[in-house]
Design a binder for this molecule. Structure first.
Ligand code: DX5
Ligand code: ZN
Length: 220
């Protein structure tokens, strides 16, 4: 499977979100990672479906990868389907019925994924492999950008990759948190094919000069 880079909007300038997202995409990013936090499942609050729709209305055509850090999940899944999401991923702890929530996403025409916190066991994916398009391993505890990559994620990525391979399904393996230019090769070697990076992309570029994203993305 090809490698994909998904800049996380969490570290973007929300006052000029459309512009920043267009710039990173023009510089080579593959999709938009859209972090949704509810100040309940995680201790932070971000944005909802209206902002996803606003990006579509602004003209963003790239895949939008909605990472739901909310509880409960089902009502927002429906709202993000309507708002133009491409992928919708959620944390299994936040859904009463994991299988049903995954089906809801697929029935809405979106791609579905489960997100595993650093301490969440991978076996929660075992009986829904046929309903997954993506598995996301958190390499930090969710809630904030700019945290350090948790090294145990490398072994967990190898374990997740083995499960995906054994399943035979074309499931993407994404990693989120603390991904930087200097550790991405190691993370890829452990089995990840889809890389979320927030601070490493948006904080590295000079917002006054859109071309600085070209260099940042080229380094990845
Ligand atoms: C954390 C979010 C991440 C975050 C990553 O809860 O899910 O997507 O923005 O940020 P960095 O790349 O700065 O660790
Ligand atoms: Zn995320």
């Amino acid at each position: 499977m090809s490698y994909l880079i998904a800049p996380s909007i969490l570290s973007a300038d929300f006052a000029r979100l459309g512009e920043e997202v267009s710039q990173v995409l023009a510089s080579g990013a593959d999709m938009v990672h859209f972090d949704v936090m509810d100040n309940h499942y995680v201790p932070n609050l971000t944005v909802g479906p209206m902002v996803c729709k606003a990006l579509r209305d602004y003209g963003i055509q790239a895949p939008i990868d909605v990472h739901l850090m909310v509880k409960p999940v089902d009502a927002l899944i429906s709202d993000f389907i309507d708002a133009g999401a491409t992928y919708i991923t959620f944390h299994p702890e936040a859904s009463e019925h994991i299988d049903r929530s995954l089906q809801l996403i697929r029935d809405g025409g979106c791609k579905a994924g489960l997100v595993f916190n650093p301490a969440t066991p991978l076996h929660l994916m075992d009986w829904v492999m046929d309903k997954l398009d993506m598995v996301l391993l958190m390499s930090v505890n969710p809630g904030f950008g700019g945290q350090a990559f948790i090294p145990a994620t490398l072994d967990k990525l190898r374990a997740a990759r083995a499960k995906i391979q054994a399943s035979g399904y074309p499931i993407r393996l994404q990693v989120d948190g603390g991904v930087k230019v200097d550790n991405i090769a190691q993370i890829a070697a452990a089995g990840a094919d889809t890389f979320v990076a927030g601070s490493a992309i948006f904080n590295a570029a000079n917002p006054e000069d859109p071309h600085t994203y070209d260099q940042v993305l080229a380094d990845f």
